[in-house]
Design a protein around this ligand. Structure first.
Ligand code: SAM
Length: 369
């Protein structure tokens, strides 16, 4: 067997193996990686694609991440917070469409008013989204940034059970370059540990193609996912936003290379962490119209249709070229179903779609935080 063949079938990948996989560019090699990732996906999490309808409920943010279009210092953004009615309408639509799960995402705020509003919304959504096909109501994922452990506990007790908080990069130097001094990698790690302690299924991820990022750093990110209690991974290309400090930074990779690296990351994560859920993210679709389908064909099994009211979407622009800015949720539903089916997969409706990783790690096969 050649070197690639050996790596693709190895039980435990090391840093060198991962660097080899991430750097694949020859179409024949990429095809082998993709085929192996799909085999592992089918064996470990099945062939279905799970939907998480996402509502971007507010772009008010206290953080000033150097890459993000809704950073606190971007004065060009019109700030919004959806009304309770708008969130509940979106949640009801999500349940009736059979999506099974909902993500509430927003910029970061940690005042008591915000904390209690989220708890209230979570309770209402769980109670009011119960349908004959969805007896427990919608599964709720939160993506609301770093919060005190007590807040995480309160939101979990209210009925949310999954949380997404990207580490963005596990490399201390790179983390410091893309964040202001007030934000630290140590605090992000602590927040992930707190989410686990609060009982959440924990999702994290990184941006790919950040200036200064190497294949070795990305390999280390994957080892971090594997060696910590992580259940879900969402990764996508870093894309510049004009009104951010990083907007003028030269793109280190040509678009095609950045896209391939992002797809190789999905496949490599599938091999290293076989039983996690992996999202085919919107940022992939910002690079090429079929970006999310390509993500699914490299081993992803989750996608997140946007349910944010169209009037607010323009103000939740994290990067230039964000797709589906004016597509109503009904149109989006049909479009995305077609996209999933175009790669021979089917959507599992009316299911929470939790990854086997969470149940299995009860067995203690990965180190706690
Ligand atoms: N405030 C929450 C948080 O920080 O986790 C959730 C919202 S935040 C905008 C969601 C994610 O958007 C971040 O984790 C980051 O990876 C991604 N993001 C922001 N700006 C981006 C950019 N320019 N390119 C790609 N992804 C970006």
């Amino acid at each position: 067997m050649d070197q690639l063949g050996t790596v693709l079938y190895k039980e435990t990948l090391n840093r060198e193996d991962l660097v080899l996989l991430l750097g694949l560019r020859r179409p024949a090699d990429v095809a082998r990686l993709r085929a192996r990732a799909l085999d592992v996906m089918r064996a470990e999490v099945g062939d279905s694609v799970f939907y998480r309808g996402i509502i971007e409920l507010s772009n008010v943010c206290a953080c000033d991440c150097n890459y993000c279009g809704i950073r606190a210092s971007n004065a060009k953004v019109e700030r919004y917070t959806l009304s309770e009615q708008e969130v509940m309408d979106g949640a009801r639509w999500c349940a009736e469409a059979g999506y099974g799960s909902l993500v509430l995402q927003a910029g970061e705020r940690s005042d008591p008013g915000f904390r209690d509003t989220i708890s209230h919304l979570v309770r209402r959504i769980r109670a009011e989204s119960v349908l004959p096909g969805l007896p427990q109501g919608l599964g709720i994922t939160l993506s609301l940034g770093e919060q005190p452990l007590e807040t995480y506990r309160q939101w979990h007790a209210a009925g949310a059970h999954r949380y997404l908080l990207r580490i963005e990069t596990t490399h201390p130097g790179l983390f410091a370059t893309i964040h202001p001094p007030a934000q630290s990698l140590a605090a992000r790690m602590q927040a992930l540990a707190d989410l686990d302690a609060a009982g959440f299924l924990v999702g994290t991820g990184v941006m790919i193609g950040i200036p200064g990022q190497t294949l070795e750093m990305l390999a280390d990110d994957i080892l971090f996912f594997r060696d910590h209690p992580i259940d879900m991974i969402g990764m996508g290309p870093w894309l510049p936003h004009d009104d951010t400090p990083m907007g003028a930074w030269p793109q280190p990779l040509a678009a095609e290379a950045q896209l391939q690296l992002s797809l190789n990351m999905i496949a490599a994560v599938r091999l290293a962490c076989p039983d996690v859920n992996i999202a085919a993210t919107t940022a992939l679709q910002a690079m090429v119209p079929d970006g999310r389908e390509r993500g699914l064909s490299f081993g992803a099994n989750v996608t997140m249709p946007n349910l944010t009211p169209v009037h607010a979407r323009g103000n939740y622009k994290l990067y230039e070229g964000k797709p589906c800015m004016d597509e109503a949720r009904e149109e989006c539903r049909g479009c995305l179903m077609g996209r999933v089916e175009s790669v021979g997969r089917t959507v599992a409706l009316n299911q929470w779609g939790d990854p086997p990783a969470f149940a299995r790690r009860g067995g203690g096969d990965r180190a706690p935080w």
